[in-house]
Write a protein that binds this ligand. Structure first.
Ligand SMILES: C[S@@+](CC[C@H](N)C(=O)[O-])C[C@H]1O[C@@H](n2cnc3c(N)ncnc32)[C@H](O)[C@@H]1O
Length: 271
């Protein structure tokens, strides 16, 4: 089997081309362009064997990020495992907004539900004046996040196991940021997310339990004028804005993602 025939084989099985390209490039440790520069290059029997195995996993529906064990986020490479959510492009917008709001002076950021650590590590890497405390309820996820912080040589970060605010003692954060679980527990889309950890995805009947908990307690941990930034579902804007108002936040704004769906709400703690 050569590269060209391997790609024909995977396209026929998967009914699409991209996965086969990514997986074959991964096995050959080459960029995808190499596949089209050297289509006649023969694969070794080990490479054929590995390719067939990965294509079979993909055919079963396993996400590419779990097969590769990595995912790009904010142009940085992150390890992911079945214990961590696969970071989504929408969450890059959460980071964009946080970067705009983080002051130049030394400041403290709390990330709740860090998963593989993408948000916390990216903020700590790009804002060296920031000290980030990143929490999760999952020890297994925190181990992955710590590895990602080590791989990116991040020093201005600390990881903590915590059920939302339960282990947070400091009340002096300039910013609290979170992409918590926000899918309703009986949402039919969950069927397509069966490889990802359920406790990273669902949050009660309407998907609002964790968001509601975070919004109603956040002000207790923020400095005056500190920011709360949250990612949420496209249909949760009204509920989230009401929760922010009830918790006495000011300057409440909801931003839409690239698909035009309301996705991020932020507000500032009143003095
Ligand atoms: C939607 S994922 C977000 C992961 C990562 N921050 C990202 O944006 O890709 C939600 C995360 O919240 C964590 N989580 C769920 N319940 C939690 C709780 N009660 N306390 C702290 N973290 C929790 C999950 O383990 C998961 O890592």
């Amino acid at each position: 089997m050569n590269i060209e025939s391997a790609l024909k084989y995977s396209s026929a099985i998967l009914n699409e081309q991209r996965s086969g390209e990514i997986l074959l490039a991964h096995i050959l440790k080459k960029p995808r362009a190499y596949l089209y520069t050297y289509p006649e290059k023969n694969l070794t029997p080990e490479e054929v064997n590995s390719f067939e195995t990965l294509i079979a996993r993909r055919k079963q529906g396993e996400p590419i990020a779990y097969i590769l064990g990595e995912q790009e986020f904010y142009s940085l490479n992150f390890k992911v495992t079945r214990d961590t959510l696969i970071p989504r492009p929408e969450t890059e917008m959460l980071v964009d907004e946080a970067l705009k709001l983080i002051p130049e002076a030394p400041c403290q950021v709390l990330e709740l539900g860090t998963g593989s650590g993408t948000v916390a590590v990216t903020l700590a890497k790009l804002k060296l004046n920031t000290y980030v405390i990143a929490t999760d309820i999952s020890n297994a996820a925190l181990e992955v996040a710590k590895e990602n912080a080590r791989n990116h040589q991040i020093k201005n970060i600390e990881f903590m196991i915590s059920d939302w605010f339960s282990n947070i003692k400091s009340k002096t954060f300039d910013m609290i940021i979170s992409n918590p679980p926000y899918i309703a527990q009986d949402d039919p889309h969950l069927e397509n997310l069966s490889y990802e950890p359920m406790n990273a995805l669902t949050s009660g009947v309407e998907g609002l339990d964790d968001l509601s908990h975070i919004i109603s307690h956040a002000a207790d941990y923020l400095k005056p004028n500190g920011w709360l930034l949250l990612e949420h579902g496209f249909d949760q804007k009204e509920s989230i804005q009401t929760l922010f108002k009830n918790a006495k936040f000011k300057d409440i704004q909801t931003l839409s993602d690239l698909a035009g769906q309301p996705r991020i709400t932020m507000g500032q703690k009143a003095c």
